[in-house]
Design a binder for this molecule. Structure first.
Ligand SMILES: *[C@@H]1O[C@H](CO)[C@@H](O)[C@H](O)[C@H]1NC(C)=O
Ligand SMILES: *[C@@H]1O[C@H](CO)[C@@H](O)[C@H](O)[C@H]1NC(C)=O
Ligand SMILES: *[C@@H]1O[C@H](CO)[C@@H](O)[C@H](O)[C@H]1NC(C)=O
Ligand SMILES: *[C@@H]1O[C@H](CO)[C@@H](O)[C@H](O)[C@H]1NC(C)=O
Length: 391
């Protein structure tokens, strides 16, 4: 842990300009939530999918900082583990598609073939690299139709660095980390004392003060949603933390990676009633809620209505501005897509690659109430006055 803390400090010093940033002193004003603008909870959440990855290489410090600037309520990430057991922010189990690993001759012999969720995959696997080796790689943009100028500029970051980026924001910004590919990670990475990936994941959150039920005082100070496609992982972490959890749901053809259950089984009323005991919401792929045909929207399914009837929130993924990602009904206008999902379907949070666009749409159509802003600012000031007076 010591070495990744050390890296965290270096990164923060680089990010925030020197002596002011000191994660060893959590009482520092940058970390003092009492002086920060609170999380908005009156409208659906803007969840910055892999940071502002529409603009900058995904899951890098730069992508997360951009998302925070642009108004994200939550920054979202995928947690995987290195060969030496460090938790990192990275989406794919292989490094091939979004790093320069293939160009690094010293790693040529590391290419492997493993079974991942029932399929044989060949490439350079995250779990075969130490954190130090992973840090030596550079990340690039996933999609060729996006800005390539930032390729090769940024490193992979650790879970701890990700948390510190959120904690150092100048307002309260939540985190939305995923327990990614837990079956594969537990097969390939071993920790001391028989600890599992899920244990290390929750330990990290607890160490940084993330705890408390949804909307509790603790949660509002450090908001978090824990997400996973693997129900077993969500159920097992509920014994370790009462932080809210979200069950991700894949497309209709992909069975769950741990319990091998079909889409239809895990979206049945019986299953929603069961999983409701462990999670606060579901995160489905948007095209399963409104299945498209020839790139036009089809008839919406009743999944959102049934989830709401089970008191489950719905946070669909993934909203992308580009024409190639928009159904024709939206006239190549991402604001029309947001309007549809917020006003017609009625969801509780949206995973977007373009936090800035969603934020602008929501500020135009449902702005943060001015009076509420003023009242909150006044109450903060009064609370601080009373504190200074020794009450
Ligand atoms: C990497 O890109 C290739 C080609 O686009 C795609 O087939 C493959 O699924 C990608 N791999 C991952 C892990 O996303
Ligand atoms: C790998 O090297 C080739 C040839 O020099 C270059 O075109 C390519 O951009 C490099 N890829 C990455 C991801 O750095
Ligand atoms: C959670 O804890 C209870 C009580 O200790 C135990 O019976 C149960 O098996 C645990 N569940 C999981 C999934 O670990
Ligand atoms: C998963 O379930 C499907 C359908 O019931 C079955 O055909 C398949 O063999 C199962 N896979 C595993 C790994 O158990």
């Amino acid at each position: 842990m010591a070495s990744s803390r050390h890296i965290s400090i270096i990164v923060l010093v680089l990010l925030f300009g020197g002596s002011k940033a000191n994660p060893a002193a959590p009482s520092h004003s940058q970390l003092d939530v009492n002086h920060k603008k609170p999380l908005q909870t009156f409208r659906p959440y803007n969840i910055a999918h892999r940071g502002s990855n529409g603009e900058l290489p995904e899951e890098t410090a730069a992508a997360y900082l951009r998302a925070i600037e642009e108004g994200a309520d939550f920054i979202e990430t995928d947690i995987l583990a290195s060969k030496d057991g460090h938790l990192i922010c990275f989406h794919d189990v292989t490094l091939d598609n979004i790093t320069d690993v293939a160009n690094r001759t010293e790693f040529a012999h590391r290419k492997r073939t493993y079974e991942v969720q029932g399929a044989k995959v060949t490439g350079w696997f995250v779990v075969d690299f130490t954190l130090k080796e992973l840090k030596s790689l550079r990340v690039k943009q996933r999609f060729s139709f996006r800005d390539q100028r930032y390729n090769g500029k940024y490193q992979i970051i650790t879970f701890e660095e990700f948390i510190l980026i959120a904690l150092y924001a100048d307002r309260i910004v939540g985190i939305y980390p995923e327990i990614k590919n837990p079956v594969f990670i537990n097969q390939h990475v071993k920790w001391s004392n028989g600890k599992k990936f899920e244990d290390k994941f929750v330990e990290t959150l607890l160490r940084y003060g993330y705890k408390g039920a949804y909307m509790s005082e603790g949660w509002l100070r450090q908001p978090v949603f824990i997400q996973s496609f693997a129900p077993t992982s969500l159920i097992s972490v509920s014994n370790m933390t009462n932080s809210p959890k979200v069950f991700l749901i894949d497309d209709t053809k992909t069975p769950t990676q741990d319990t091998n259950q079909s889409y239809y089984e895990i979206t049945s009323n019986a299953y929603l009633a069961f999983i409701r005991n462990y999670v606060i919401g579901i995160g489905p792929w948007k095209d399963t809620i409104v299945p498209p045909k020839d790139n036009y929207l089809g008839q919406p399914t009743d999944l959102v209505a049934r989830a709401h009837a089970h008191n489950l929130q719905v946070h669909p993924y993934t909203f992308r501005n580009e024409n190639s990602c928009l159904h024709f009904n939206f006239h190549q206008d991402p604001y029309v897509e947001y309007e549809y999902w917020l006003n017609e379907i009625g969801v509780d949070g949206l995973f977007t690659d373009f936090t800035g666009s969603l934020h602008k749409y929501q500020e135009w159509t449902k702005p943060y109430p001015k009076k509420q802003k003023k009242a909150e600012a006044l109450l903060h000031e009064i609370a601080n006055m009373l504190k200074d007076d020794g009450y």
